[in-house]
Design a protein around this ligand. Structure first.
Ligand SMILES: [Zn+2]
Ligand SMILES: [Zn+2]
Ligand SMILES: [Zn+2]
Length: 144
């Protein structure tokens, strides 16, 4: 089987199965994880949703001490050593969150997790549900 003579359509979404891929070109985007251009057709290690989530985390939590630090960790985004004392792009919790979304292929779940943890969206819904339950229980108690 010969290779198809064009850019791999899966690679840019971080979904290429490299061992079995039939496309010839896999050009890596120089921005890779930090590329948030939805039309970029070059290769990224992860999906657009994951890149977008990382972009939001960087926007909110970027460690401004990192750039001028003399003790930069060699894995500024992907260091999972809790006791590492070097400077990173993000705090340990955010780095762990990124690890979590990297290992989950379901980006809908990743978006839900992001909303839940960083926007309290599900917590608000839960609050409403709890309130409903209390109301129901009260109505039950009031019977008779
Ligand atoms: Zn491919
Ligand atoms: Zn790109
Ligand atoms: Zn580190």
């Amino acid at each position: 089987m010969s290779l198809k003579n064009n850019n791999c359509p899966y690679f840019f979404e971080g979904k290429c199965n490299k061992n079995k891929c039939i496309y010839k070109y896999h050009i890596v985007c120089i921005n890779n994880y930090s590329c948030i251009d939805i039309n970029c057709k070059k290769g990224h290690g992860i999906t657009f949703i994951k890149r977008k989530i990382i972009d939001k985390l960087y926007e909110k939590f970027y460690n401004n001490n990192f750039d001028n630090s003399k003790n930069k960790c060699i894995y500024p985004m992907k260091c999972y050593n809790k006791s590492c004392k070097n400077e990173h792009h993000l705090e340990y919790d955010e780095r762990l969150f990124i690890l979590k979304i990297f290992s989950n292929m379901n980006d809908k779940e990743n978006m839900e997790l992001y909303n839940k943890i960083y926007n309290n969206i599900e917590l608000n819904n839960n609050y409403i549900i709890q309130f409903d339950n209390i109301e129901k229980e009260l109505t039950n108690l009031l019977k008779d």
